[in-house]
Design a binder for this molecule. Structure first.
Ligand SMILES: NC(=O)c1ccc[n+]([C@@H]2O[C@H](COP(=O)([O-])OP(=O)(O)OC[C@H]3O[C@@H](n4cnc5c(N)ncnc54)[C@H](O)[C@@H]3O)[C@@H](O)[C@H]2O)c1
Length: 319
């Protein structure tokens, strides 16, 4: 497919790719000419940010920064007259059959159920990686996670694995706060109680690590203010291309807060999948309970409503 590598297109593609979206898994029905390493019948998960393997970022082991994958992520596979597009992020997981770039199909071991694999294809890799790869949370530290959807819950699990002493989950939705407590948060508060929690838990200093997992300028600003001086703000939420987030030059240098963005787990993508599978297999992370609802493909609108309202943590579409 001809691609024009214009900066704005890349950024727009990435912005589309990072909205909360379904992730998928399946079985290979056929492979195209010249594809090696994949065969009919292979069980795979679908990667929305595949690595080309040859660019400078891939050669450095930062496959999450591969620009070829970046462009693929926002390029629909099919179009019809009138402008409708089919398939998202090159993966199109609301369909019984999809055509994907071979690099998007990553084989999974036989003991990994399809629903677990679908979770690993995005939110699990992103949230766990933010805590483990990007922020590299230190044992005994204090953590706040702002936004407790599927990604935030996995950041909580990652912080728990790294030995954080306090993990405060922040979310306006009561069911999400309750869920966060079952995945490792030590307490859960609505956004308007975060300032009190910061005062109570850190004597007003701020948390060692704060994860922004909503994707809004306002919550990113709150996250910055909730981080202690010298602490780490890890930006996971995918925000808009606007200039609403204000940081002044004085606070930037004087507070010495480390602002660390985390894209798709902040590390080699396939290695992150393998780590998530190993942790799941060892019972060290809970993935099954991330799926709170299941629907058939014909009930897809219900799944979207559940996602938008926060009724479900993750809805699995049975195809
Ligand atoms: N960095 C990446 O590579 C990457 C990858 C995938 C998704 N994302 C982004 O991560 C974010 C989270 O994804 P998700 O699937 O968990 O989404 P989600 O919609 O399931 O969860 C977001 C949560 O934020 C909560 N929230 C809303 N306003 C809030 C506020 N003011 N304070 C605290 N919490 C608030 C919502 O109630 C919800 O529970 C999204 O922005 C998504 O686009 C980033």
């Amino acid at each position: 497919m001809p691609l024009r590598p214009l900066r704005d297109e890349r950024r727009a593609a990435a912005a589309r790719a990072l909205r909360p979206r379904p992730r998928g898994r399946g079985e290979i029905l056929d492979v195209g000419d010249g594809v090696s390493g994949l065969a009919q019948g292979d069980r795979v998960l679908l990667c929305w940010l595949p690595a080309c393997g040859t660019c400078p970022a891939c050669r450095r082991g930062q496959t999450q920064l591969c620009l070829a994958g970046f462009l693929n992520a926002g390029t629909p596979n099919f179009k019809r007259p009138g402008g409708d597009v089919f398939g998202f992020a090159g993966t199109g997981t609301f369909a019984e059959e999809v055509v994907v770039d071979a690099r998007c199909a990553v084989p999974i071991p036989d003991d990994v159920p399809f629903d677990i694999a679908a979770l690993i294809g995005c939110g699990v890799t992103t949230g766990l990686g933010a805590a483990i790869n990007t922020a590299d949370v230190r044992a005994g530290s204090s953590v706040a996670v702002i936004g407790c959807g599927g990604v935030g819950i996995c950041a909580i699990q990652g912080a728990r694995l790294k030995g954080a002493a306090q993990i405060v989950a922040v979310d306006p939705v009561a069911s999400r706060r309750e869920a966060a407590l079952t995945f490792g948060a030590t307490e859960a508060v609505p956004p308007d109680e975060l300032a009190d929690a910061k005062q109570r838990i850190t004597a007003g200093e701020g948390f060692d690590y704060v994860f922004e997992v909503v994707g809004k300028s306002a919550t990113a600003r709150t996250a910055y203010e909730t981080t202690r001086r010298g602490g780490t703000l890890c930006v996971v939420g995918a925000g808009a291309m606007d200039d609403h987030l204000r940081l002044n030059m004085f606070e930037l240098f004087f507070d010495e807060k480390r602002i660390l963005p985390s894209l798709y787990g902040g590390g080699d993508v396939v290695q992150s999948y393998e780590r998530a599978i190993a942790l799941w297999r060892a019972g060290r992370i809970d993935l099954a309970n991330l799926i709170t609802h299941r629907v058939r493909l014909t009930e897809i609108n219900e799944a979207l409503d559940q996602m938008r309202t926060g009724t479900s943590l993750r809805t699995c579409v049975e195809i």
